[in-house]
Design a protein around this ligand. Structure first.
Ligand SMILES: [Mn+2]
Length: 281
């Protein structure tokens, strides 16, 4: 793909997203949803996820598509192209869809080494600012990259977050991308990821969930050895899909029937061609 085509791909997705929406909403009657955590340049994981989700009603990439890994630009292009082609593919913004991180964690370097930084990065940054902070499925399943934010108790607050914010500099939006859940925390505590990040506990989480009618919460953002971890009495799951962090790359399939049956799928180790998975459906 020549650089002008790459730039055009990012522009086309911005166009397709239309009016910027901080919370993207979708209602699906049946089937299942597949959630993909951080991929961080693991193109084969993204390809596997889309193959696994070939009959799913929706597949949601919960942020962090670049920084680290072997194929950052091509991972981003692949997922964005997929989302242009199919409205069933949703991309939620992560803390690495940001100008704050790309200089430190490798994406800017990859683009520079390819000689395309000046040409395409402005288009990518524009797209970052248009990606939703959250995906609300059937009014009761919420997917975000990091977590809930201390000063945004209601989803209505989330819906008025500013868009086109490349860092983001808005503190609430920043927390949604950066915060982490902890069982032992009471309310919110300053986090260890730097200024403006917080840890949130079970009480804050259940208050938010009750107030906003959230029955299940999907987030990514933290390395998990097994590729996933359930917390808060099974109402929140962290899903991590990168194969560059010494853990397994996991995906979550969530049935949209009333029972919300869940299945964790571990992506096979890298090697050979990207295979069409032989998964039971
Ligand atoms: Mn992250």
């Amino acid at each position: 793909m020549i650089p002008e085509m790459m730039a055009d791909t990012f522009d086309r997705y911005v166009e397709k997203l239309g009016v910027p929406a901080p919370v993207r909403k979708m209602d699906v009657e049946a089937g299942d949803a597949v959630f993909v955590g951080d991929t961080h340049g693991a193109l084969d994981v993204s390809a596997y996820a889309l193959a696994v989700a070939r009959n799913s009603s929706v597949v949601c990439f919960v942020g962090d598509l670049v920084d680290r890994g072997k194929n950052q630009l091509h991972n981003l292009l692949f997922v964005v192209e997929s989302a242009i082609i199919s409205g069933r593919v949703v991309i939620v913004r992560g803390n690495h869809e940001s100008t704050l991180t790309n200089d430190y964690y490798g994406f800017s370097d990859e683009l520079k080494s390819m000689g395309v930084f000046d040409l395409i990065y402005p288009h990518i940054v524009r797209l970052y600012g248009r990606l939703p902070y959250a995906f609300l499925l059937n009014s009761c399943v919420l997917a975000v990259h990091g977590g809930i934010a201390s000063d945004l108790p209601s989803l209505a607050d989330w819906e008025s977050l500013p868009m086109d914010d490349p860092e983001p500099s808005n503190q609430g939006a920043f927390q949604i991308l950066w915060n982490d859940p902890r069982e032992y925390v009471d309310g919110f505590l300053p986090g260890t990821r730097g200024e403006g990040t917080y840890l949130f506990g079970p009480d804050a989480f259940s208050e938010f969930s009750q107030k906003n009618g959230i029955r299940f919460f999907v987030r990514a953002h933290e390395v998990k050895k097994a590729g996933y971890e359930y917390m808060f009495q099974g109402k929140l799951v962290s899903i991590f899909s990168s194969r560059y962090h010494k853990g397994k790359a996991a995906l979550l399939r969530l049935s949209l029937e009333p029972d919300f049956r869940q299945e964790i799928m571990i992506v096979p180790d890298e090697g050979g061609p990207i295979l069409w998975p032989n998964d039971p459906l």
